[in-house]
Design a protein around this ligand. Sequence first.
Ligand SMILES: NC(=O)c1ccc[n+]([C@@H]2O[C@H](COP(=O)([O-])OP(=O)(O)OC[C@H]3O[C@@H](n4cnc5c(N)ncnc54)[C@H](OP(=O)(O)O)[C@@H]3O)[C@@H](O)[C@H]2O)c1
Length: 236
Amino acid sequence: MKTAIITGASRGIGKAIALKLAELSYNIVITGRNKNRLTDLKKEIEATGNQCLTIIADLQKDDAPEMIINKTIEHFGQIDVLVNNAGLAHSAKISETDTEVWDSIFKVNAKAPFFLSKAAIPHLKKSDNPVIINIGSVVGFKGYAGQAAYSSSKHALAGFTKVLAKEVQNDGIKVHLISPGGVNTEMVREMRPDIDTGELILPEEIAETVEFLVTRKGKGIIDHIYIRRQSGLPFD
Ligand SMILES: NC(=O)c1ccc[n+]([C@@H]2O[C@H](COP(=O)([O-])OP(=O)(O)OC[C@H]3O[C@@H](n4cnc5c(N)ncnc54)[C@H](OP(=O)(O)O)[C@@H]3O)[C@@H](O)[C@H]2O)c1
């Protein structure tokens, strides 16, 4: 049975992706820090007849990536899909951003995907359809005032994704970057209370994009998918 790891699955986009991949009959590994939410999600996934492993891990800790990969292999014996979704956002001007905030954002958004991917690659190489999906952001290629640390970390993730895709192409591992604009989750409701939630992208739409990427066949390769809010300008 194919196995998918989704980081940051306790809520929001990660939870929607975990439920979608369970629908596709993957064994699901969900990670995050919030034990109660992960336990509830595990029950929801198991009720659909799928196996689910929860791994409580703080991605700010250096040993978390290897621990997540090792526990997954001990439990399910294989990894087919890795979704680097966990993310930490922060709204502050550069003048008000201290080193502690910068470090925590970079650890979760850029460092953890790097070392999770590094640890997962030897196992992904054994899969017949290995996929790594990094959840970036519109601020991974644009720059919004007041989001310097977050935007820098998503630029770093985009840069890493480009190199990763090239380095593992010959191993047959497909690497995709999904860069959404505002999605209706707790993160954006906290960061951008000015935005009308009715016009935000739904987390399920990101999950459908993941479904498309892991199920599609064909010769063409999709590197990057950018999904914007309706109120944004096309190709802006
Ligand atoms: N919402 C948006 O508008 C939007 C737009 C573009 C991109 N994104 C990206 O999409 C991804 C998911 O965002 P979301 O909107 O679903 O955010 P969310 O609702 O805030 O969820 C974030 C997830 O990341 C996990 N996480 C945060 N810090 C962690 C840490 N130190 N260790 C382990 N897990 C941690 C959280 O789990 P715990 O709390 O259980 O630790 C949670 O499950 C992020 O990478 C985000 O940057 C979001």
